[in-house]
Write a new protein. Structure first.
Length: 80
């Protein structure tokens, strides 16, 4: 049992090192389970939102802007 815990801690430390590289590039930890980390980021830019607002404006109730926000989200699993 002690060997199993040692292996899990080593795997967690290795995964955390990989997570730190992602965090440096704007990713955030969303969830941690016993087998993986779930990380996420949003690639949507302020300029993109402004351009969508200008092109599609109020006549579409800014629905394209909301769609752009959710399409731009990324998720990734980092296994331990």
């Amino acid at each position: 049992m002690d060997n199993f815990n040692t292996h899990n801690e080593a795997a967690r430390r290795k995964a955390l090192e990989e997570i730190k590289m992602y965090q440096a590039n704007g990713w955030e930890i969303l969830d941690e389970t016993s087998t993986y980390f779930l990380i996420t980021r949003n690639k949507a830019s302020g300029v993109g939102h402004i351009l969508i607002s200008l092109f599609f404006g109020w006549w579409l109730l800014l629905i394209p802007n909301v769609i752009y926000y959710y399409i731009s989200k990324e998720k990734k699993k980092i296994m331990k």
